[in-house]
Design a protein around this ligand. Structure first.
Ligand code: GAL
Length: 154
C-alpha cells in the first residue's frame, strides 16, 4: 500500500503526486542532470498542483547570480517567507546529481550526491505535502520514493 512507483524520465516542468503525502522517515530521491548554461531550477515539495499552492520546501539553485547560491523558502498563502541561502551549489552545471530529501520530525534533510547538504526546519505541516514539482534548467531521470517499514506494536 505504501509503495509508490518512481517517475521515470519525466519532462520538465513536471508535477507529480506524492502518494500518502509526507511523513517522518520518508525519502524522495531525484536523479537528474543540470543543463549546460543552466540559470536556475527548482524542486518544490508542495500542497497540490493548483496555481500558487502552499510550498513547504522550495529548493532553488541559482547559477545566474554573481554569488551563486541555493535559495530555500516556504510559500504560505501566496507569500514567500524569509529565504535561507547557502553560497555553495553542490550540483554543477552539465553534471548528473542525486538530490535526496529525507523527512524528519522537525526538518527536511537535504542530501546531495550522498553528502549531507543542509537541514531545513519545517514551517508547515508535512502531512499536507502531497506534490513534487520540478521546473527550470534541469533534466530528470527519476523521482523515487522510499517509505520506511511501519513497525506495529502489539
Ligand atoms: C524569488 C524568486 C522565486 C523564489 C523566491 C524564493 O525572488 O523570484 O522564484 O525563488 O525568491 O524566496
Amino acid at each position: 500500500m505504501d509503495y509508490q512507483q518512481p517517475f521515470c524520465n519525466p519532462s520538465v516542468p513536471f508535477t507529480g503526486r506524492i502518494q500518502g503525502a509526507l511523513h517522518e522517515g520518508k525519502t524522495i530521491t531525484v536523479t537528474g542532470r543540470v543543463l549546460p548554461e543552466a540559470r536556475r531550477f527548482h524542486v518544490n515539495l508542495q500542497c497540490g498542483s493548483k496555481e500558487k499552492p502552499n510550498i513547504a520546501l522550495h529548493f532553488n539553485p541559482r547559477y545566474d547570480e554573481s554569488n551563486r547560491h541555493v535559495a530555500c523558502n516556504t510559500m504560505l498563502c501566496s507569500k514567500w517567507g524569509p529565504e535561507e541561502r547557502k553560497y555553495y551549489i553542490p550540483m554543477a552545471q552539465e553534471e548528473r546529481f542525486t538530490l535526496m530529501f529525507r523527512v524528519n520530525r522537525d526538518s527536511y534533510s537535504v542530501i546531495v550526491n550522498g553528502a549531507h547538504y543542509m537541514e531545513y526546519l519545517h514551517r508547515m505541516l508535512i502531512t499536507e505535502v502531497d506534490t513534487i514539482l520540478v521546473y527550470g534548467d534541469v533534466e530528470i531521470e527519476s523521482i523515487a520514493f522510499f517509505n520506511p517499514a511501519v513497525t506495529l506494536s502489539i
